[in-house]
Structures are given as structure tokens and as C-alpha cells.
Design a binder for this molecule. Structure first.
Ligand SMILES: [Zn+2]
Length: 430
């Protein structure tokens, strides 16, 4: 069931899409009421097609197919860190799988990607008592000297507290014990924590994992250095340890940590965006793009982030093909590379293809994890939203009909900012 919202794209690919274009930025006029009515009628006429697609996915021969395809990849290949052999193996495997699936124009588009590797890493609290702490170095972090960094800790709960206590930070390890507000709001401590700490003279930064829930499990993700700011090592710690140090510090106790990280950066590596299509029968040069990223972090399987986003995108094309449907516009599937390193693959794709932007009717991604599907997030003009509201009604039998704002995502933002409508799958934890 998890991929059902993306079945919408299969319908979108078949129906008239040009009226969805958001207008201004790509030079299309706004819609008259009559045009909207016509488009709504056309969307409604695809009810039977939607039903057939849903049936095939839920009860028919495609039942569980995307799950089985993905489980084979993550079990056989495993983590797919940018620059790793695993990622390149995954790309080659999928390139052949897409061909075997008889999709069209299957090809690889070269991208140079960052190659950073985690080394051995440890953190030991030495005062006020000895306590090893679980850490995960942040992607792109430099390592420590071989003997590590041993320093006193300054615990803060926000960047503004760090500013207020800037004079205390010199030579220390800054520990961010920031409350979790939301991923979007709180993730800045992971991405910017090292730079902000370095600006006030700290020697390392430890960041409370960006999560509302913890079972003593540190998270990872990318950090961003600034060219004119010294690079200091940075890792995530668990919510439990961040709170413990917050309590110790508030008692006025001196905390000392020894941090060792053997992270290494290598020259950029060769990688690829993986592309496959079903060519449109009426407007073959117009594109409806659907996507997910194939790379992952090194410490998990990358099943949810973002194997599932990539594979539901593939499944949408497979379903259309299996039902012998032909979209009016070309449905283009893209598996991005090196998203976790900052959307490297999708940026390269945008730079290479933006000359054809007027041919892009809609761009989609799924990359927020996979929970219970409830609808879609969409960014586009009011007219486009009105049409999209009709489209989600086609999923009424499954009660996946919510349409919310905020369709932006790392891999499609360039297009949305340039005026192409965009959307992503919406789900909630149960
Ligand atoms: Zn992701």
C-alpha cells in the first residue's frame, strides 16, 4: 500500500498535463474556468484507469512487487554511500533491471560525487565519570588527530545561547542539546553546528540526534563547512547522552570528553543518475518526472531513505507498462545519485537539462520516509492546485486524498523554484 499515492503519477502521465504548469515562470497563461472544468472532466474520465492501476497494485499480479524488488537490493547490496563500490553496484544492477523490465531509453548520466568515508570513531566521557558514548560522525566531517581531542564540554540548547556564551567556548567541545521541534526546524544544528561552534573557537561539536524518539541510537547526516571557517570534527550523540550532559552542566559539573574520529575524504568519484522512460504517444518531448535517490548513508540499508522512494517511482512505470497504457507525455524515472551529500546528482541533472525546462510539466519525488500514506504535498499555481485536488479524488477508494502545500524536496527544488509544479508523497507515522 505504501506506494499508492504515487499511482497518481501514472494517471497524471496519461491525462492532459500542460494546464498544470504553474504559469509565470514558464510562460503559460492562467486558466479560464471553462478550461479547468474541461480538465476536471478529463481527469474524471480516468476513473476506470485509476481503478485498474490500484487493483493491479493492491490485489493483482503487481502486489508486493516493489517491496520484493527493494528487499532484494538492500539485502544483496546493502548500504550505498556516495563514492562507494556498493552504490556503483546498485546502479549497475538497476540499470540492467530497468532494461529487463522493458522500459525505454534506459541510460546512465555521469555525475562526479563526493567520496567521504567513516573511520573508527569513539567518544569517552572522562569527567565527572567515565562513560563511553555512542556517536556517529556526520557526513563530510574531518577526523580528529590520531590521539583524538580531549577537551572540556560546553553544553548549549540553541545557537543564540552559544552566542551569549561565546567567550566560554574557546578550546572546548560544544555539545548541542537542542530540543526537537521538527526535522526541518531542528536539522540546522546538524548541518550548521560545526561552523557555529568553530566561529567561537570550539575544537569539536557534538549534536543531539535530530529525532523525537531515541533508543540510545545516534543518527547521521550531512554537515556543511564554510570555506572561511576552520573545519572541526562533528558527530551526533544520542538524545539520552545529550540530556545527561545537559543535566550535569546545569549542576555546574565539569564535563570532559575524549573524541576520536578517523574520517577520511577522497577525491570525487564517478557515479551516475539512472534514467528510464515510457515515451509519451502524443507529446513525447514533454516530461513528467518521478524520482527517488539511490544512494544512502553507510550505517543502514537505505531501505526507507530512500530505496522506497526510488522503487515506488519505478513501480509506477511498471504498472503502466503492465496494463499496456501509454501516457500522452513521456514519463521519466530518475534514480538520483549522491542526494545525501547535498543533492549532487539532481543538481547535475538540472544543470544539464534546464535548457528544456518549458517541456517539464511536473516533477515529483518521494523522500520523507514511508509511513501510512495519506496524500500528496504539492507546490504550484492556484489553478494547478485546483486540478490536483481533482486528481487526488481518484484515490478516494483508498482514502488517500489529502492535498497539502509544501511539495518541495531536495532533488526537485531547482525545478520548482524555476516554476515547474512539484509534489511529493505524504504519509504519517502510525
Ligand atoms: Zn533521502
Amino acid at each position: 500500500m505504501q506506494y499508492l499515492p504515487f499511482l497518481l503519477l501514472t494517471i497524471l502521465g496519461i491525462t492532459q498535463l500542460s494546464p498544470l504548469s504553474s504559469g509565470k515562470a514558464i510562460g503559460k497563461p492562467s486558466l479560464s474556468e471553462q478550461t479547468i472544468k474541461d480538465v476536471e472532466a478529463e481527469i474524471f474520465s480516468y476513473k476506470a484507469v485509476a481503478k485498474a492501476l490500484i487493483h493491479m497494485a493492491v490485489e493483482g499480479k503487481a502486489q508486493n512487487r516493489s517491496y520484493e524488488r527493494l528487499s532484494l537490493l538492500v539485502d544483496m547490496v546493502g548500504p550505498r554511500l556516495s563514492g562507494s563500490k556498493n552504490l556503483e553496484q546498485a546502479i549497475q544492477v538497476l540499470y540492467h533491471s530497468l532494461k529487463e523490465d522493458r522500459l525505454q531509453n534506459v541510460h546512465l548520466e555521469p555525475v562526479k560525487v563526493p567520496h567521504w568515508e567513516r573511520g573508527e570513531e569513539s567518544a569517552l566521557m572522562k569527567a565527572p565519570r567515565r562513560q563511553p558514548m555512542a556517536i556517529l560522525g556526520l557526513g563530510n566531517s574531518i577526523g580528529t588527530p590520531p590521539n583524538g581531542i580531549t577537551a572540556e564540554v560546553l553544553v548549549v540548547t540553541s545557537f543564540s545561547e552559544l552566542q551569549q556564551r561565546a567567550l566560554e567556548a574557546k578550546g572546548k567541545i560544544v555539545v548541542y542539546n537542542q530540543p526537537f521541534i521538527s526535522y526541518q526546524e531542528t536539522v540546522k544544528y546538524r548541518t550548521q553546528g560545526a561552523v557555529q561552534a568553530a566561529l567561537v573557537g570550539a575544537v569539536a561539536a557534538l549534536v543531539r540526534s535530530v529525532t523525537p524518539f531515541s533508543i540510545y541510537s545516534p543518527h547521521t547526516g550531512i554537515l556543511e563547512y564554510q570555506e572561511d571557517v576552520p573545519k572541526i570534527p562533528s558527530a551526533c550523540i544520542t538524545v539520552e547522552d545529550a540530556e545527561m550532559m545537559g543535566r550535569l552542566a546545569s549542576q555546574g559539573l565539569r564535563i570532559v570528553i575524549q573524541l576520536k574520529m578517523c574520517e577520511k575524504k577522497y577525491p570525487d568519484a564517478d557515479s551516475f543518475n539512472t534514467v528510464a522512460e515510457i515515451t509519451g504517444w502524443k507529446y513525447p518531448d514533454e516530461v513528467v518526472l518521478i524520482s527517488g535517490h539511490l544512494d544512502s548513508w553507510d550505517v543502514g540499508q537505505g531501505a526507507l531513505d530512500d530505496g522506497v522512494g526510488a522503487f515506488i517511482s519505478w513501480e509506477a512505470l511498471s504498472l503502466i507498462k503492465d496494463l499496456d497504457l501509454r501516457p500522452k507525455r513521456t514519463l521519466r524515472l530518475v534514480f538520483w545519485t549522491a542526494e545525501e551529500q547535498g543533492g549532487i546528482g539532481s543538481l547535475q541533472y538540472y544543470l544539464q537539462h534546464k535548457g528544456n525546462i518549458s517541456k517539464y510539466s511536473l516533477v515529483m519525488e518521494s523522500d520523507l520516509g514511508t509511513f501510512f500514506p495519506i496524500g500528496l504535498q504539492f507546490t504550484g499555481s492556484e489553478e494547478a492546485k485546483a486540478i490536483m485536488r481533482e486528481i487526488v479524488k481518484l484515490l478516494q477508494p483508498l482514502n488517500i486524498t489529502q492535498l497539502l502545500d509544501g511539495g518541495e524536496g531536495t532533488d526537485i527544488n531547482f525545478w520548482i523554484q524555476a516554476g515547474v509544479p512539484g509534489k511529493k508523497k505524504l504519509s504519517r507515522a502510525t
